[in-house]
Design a protein around this ligand. Structure first.
Ligand code: CU
Length: 69
C-alpha cells in the first residue's frame, strides 16, 4: 500500500531527514521517500494509518495532508 503526502514547511535537508525519520517511526511503514523540492513524501507499508503519518509530520513542526484527498 502506498500513501502520498503533501508536506509543507520543509526548507532544507535537515527538514527532509526529520520528516523521513518521523514517518519511518510509524507502525507498518516499510519505506519512505521524501522529496524536499516537491514537498511530497511517498510512504510504502502495510496497514498504515494515514492519520498517524500526518500526526507524525505535524509533531515535527511541518504541515501534512494526503495528496489527492
Ligand atoms: Cu530544514
Amino acid at each position: 500500500m502506498n500513501i502520498e503526502l503533501k508536506v509543507s514547511g520543509m526548507t532544507c535537508g535537515h527538514c527532509e531527514t526529520a520528516v523521513s525519520k518521523a514517518l519511518k517511526g510509524i507502525e507498518g511503514v516499510q519505506s519512505v521517500q521524501v522529496d524536499l523540492k516537491n514537498g511530497t513524501a511517498k510512504v510504502e507499508g502495510q496497514n498504515v494509518s494515514p492519520n498517524a503519518l500526518i500526526a507524525a509530520v505535524i509533531d515535527e513542526g511541518y504541515g501534512a495532508t494526503v495528496a489527492g484527498a
